[in-house]
Ligand binder design. Sequence first.
Ligand code: GTP
Ligand code: MG
Length: 197
Amino acid sequence: LFAGPVDFVKGVVAMDGLPPADRPEVCFAGRSNVGKSSLINALTGRKGIARASNTPGRTQEINYFALGDHSYLVDLPGYGYAQAPVAVVAKWQALLKQYLAGRPTLRRAFALIDARHGVKLVDHEIMTLLDRSAVPFQVVVTKADKIGATTLAATLAQVESELQRHPAAFPELVVTSSEKGRGIATLRAIIDGLGRG
Ligand code: GTP
Ligand code: MG
C-alpha cells in the first residue's frame, strides 16, 4: 500500500464530519508531542504530509490520509498537555474519545509511547477506553534514537507489564524512530496486512 499514492483527505472536527466508513483504517493515538504526525510522515515517506512540530498540541483535528483507495491512516490530536486554550483542548479530547470508541471501520489503534517517558496515567486511561470499546491496539514506542539501550530496555519492560492489564492489547511492541527510520518497515508491513484483510 505504501508504494502507491498517499493523499490528505480532510481534517475532521466533529463526528459527523468523518468520511464514509467504507474501508479499513488505522489510527495513531498518544500524548501531545509523542511523534504521531512524524510517524505518518516517515511511514508514507512524505515529509510534511502530516504537520509535525515541537509545540505540543500541533494536530488539532482528526486528519485523514488515504492509501490509494484501500485504507486510511488517521492522525489524531494528542491527549494530555497541549499549548492551546483549555476549552479548545477539552473539545478535541471529547472528539478523540468519541472517535476511538465509535468508529466501526477502525481496525487497529496504534498507541504511541515515548521511549523516554514510558506509559503515563493518561496513556493507561486511553488504553482502558480501547479495552472497553473492544478496539485492538498495539503499542508503538517512539523516539528510540533519543535514548540508549539500557533506558530503552527499562521502558520496554514497563510497557510490557502495563499491557498485561489490557485485554485489547497486542503483546508485540514496535520500537521506532521516525528520525532514523527504525521500525518503519515493520510498521508498514503490519498496516499492509490489515489493509488487505
Ligand atoms: P501533537 O500533534 O502535538 O499531538 O504531536 P505529535 O504526536 O503529532 O508529535 P510530532 O510528530 O509533531 O513530533 C513532536 C516533536 O518530536 C517534533 O519536534 C518531532 O520532530 C520530534 N520527533 C518525532 N519523532 C521523532 C523521532 O523519532 N526522533 C526524534 N529525535 N524526534 C522525533
Ligand atoms: Mg501531530
